[in-house]
Design a protein around this ligand. Structure first.
Ligand code: SAH
Length: 399
């Protein structure tokens, strides 16, 4: 990867941080995500669904709750962006099976958007029924399809644009932080974009440089920006616009969870290797590269086509979703001390403000009519339909 980047910079000049991130993470031949399984204790980082089954279960409940609040459509697609090892989708599907009586007349299909060949294989192994062979076609926009263990059709794509535009619930957990960011530094001469160049003093070493003049990506900056260093993720903007358009047109919802901020942080671009911070310019392709998600930018990119909720801290979202009750049920059911210990440790990791509780946030996109109550089934006792609160973003009340 380093040789490839040095060659690229030597032939066409310094590259933007966004181009660097894109090459390092998703280059089809050598990209970090393409051929690696980086998740879990033995990998470079661990995510909430890998820590505790409760996380995915509560998200499964969230989707069912939104499906019910929006009038129990006869069919929906569950679309997950960047499904990792398929653990989260697996936990959600288990909830769908357990609540089969609620969903019994609903036609569900699963659509996974994944660039990684390696991870798509791991997802297929985790989620599909072995006895039904997978269909593969590398040249098609649907590069793999099969049937889940609970008999639901499942499809794989490389781009969200290729997923059919039907009524859908979208999920992105730790997906947006992997998308490429442009970086800008305020200087006495105005904003200057940060580029990556070869260090003239050390061969095969990369270094950051500032562009000598304004660059086109500067158009992404806000006129009234007060920070002196800013990261902008145009690919996230494109995806949010696509999600907003789809949700405004057909209904459904999107749930986005990631670490991030609401337009306040500055320099968050960093690398992780073996669960430790790693210099982003050293040994590219061997470590994960990530930047905090700017939720204020995502909100702007909806262009008010949909309503956005959050960001709300993970700790508050999971508590509102009933994590304490679910933990108690699982602890009561389990006889094994080691299992109990694991459940408690997992809960602490997800909820503790010093661990993931405050760093991770939930953010949702919903059609306007969902919050005006216009799309709901009318309750026989009510003269006017009123919108029910959105689970997780306020306290959940069981009816
Ligand atoms: N959601 C999972 C995995 C997070 S890791 C979890 O929480 O455990 C990021 C995931 O996004 C991986 O599956 C990675 O292969 C995928 N990914 C990264 N960039 C992508 C892109 N541009 N398009 C589609 N998938 C991408």
């Amino acid at each position: 990867m380093l040789r490839h980047l040095v060659y690229k910079i030597k032939s066409t000049g310094p590259i933007t941080v966004a181009e660097y991130m894109k090459e390092v993470l998703t280059n089809p031949a050598k990209g970090y995500y393409i051929h690696n399984d980086m998740l879990g204790e033995k990998g470079d980082f661990i995510t909430s669904p890998e820590i505790s089954q409760i996380f995915g279960e509560l998200l499964g409940i969230w989707f069912i709750s939104e499906w019910m609040a929006a009038g129990k459509s006869s069919a929906f697609q569950l679309v997950e962006l960047g499904p990792g090892r398929g653990t989260l989708a697996g936990d959600i599907l288990r909830v769908f099976s357990q609540l089969g009586s609620v969903l019994k007349n609903c036609d569900i299909s699963i659509h996974l958007v994944e660039v990684s060949q390696k991870l798509s294989e791991i997802q297929a192994l985790a989620l599909t029924e072995e006895k039904i062979p997978l269909e593969r076609d590398a040249d098609s926009t649907v590069y793999m399809k099969g049937v889940t263990k609970s008999g639901i059709p499942i499809f794989w794509y490389r781009n969200l644009q290729d997923v059919p535009k039907g009524y859908s619930f979208y999920l992105a957990h730790e997906f947006f932080d992997a998308l490429p960011v442009h970086k800008f530094q305020k200087t006495p001469q105005g904003w200057r974009e940060v580029f990556i160049d070869i260090d003239p003093h050390v061969s095969d070493k990369l270094r950051f440089v500032l562009a000598p003049c304004a660059t086109p990506a500067e158009a992404f900056l806000q006129r009234d920006e007060t920070r002196d260093h800013v990261e902008v993720c145009p690919s996230a903007g494109v995806i949010i616009q696509e999600l907003s358009q789809r949700i405004a047109l057909t209904g459904g919802a999107a749930l986005i969870a990631d670490y991030g901020h609401d337009g306040t942080k500055t320099d968050t671009f960093r690398g992780f290797c073996g669960h430790k911070l790693h210099d982003v310019l050293t040994a590219p392709g061997t470590a994960d590269l990530t930047a905090d998600v700017d939720f204020s930018y995502l909100r702007r990119m909806t262009q008010a086509k949909v309503v956005s909720l959050g960001p709300i801290e993970q700790q508050a979202f999971l508590r509102n979703m009933g994590i304490d009750v679910r933990l108690k049920v699982l602890l009561d059911k389990s006889d094994e001390p080691s299992m109990k210990q694991q459940l408690i440790q997992g809960y602490d990791m997800l909820m503790n403000p010093k661990k993931m509780g405050e760093r991770f946030h939930f953010f949702a996109l919903l059609p306007h009519q969902r919050l005006q109550g216009g799309n709901q089934q009318t309750n026989a006792c009510q003269s006017k339909p009123s919108a029910s609160p959105v689970a997780g973003f306020g306290e959940l009340t069981w009816q």
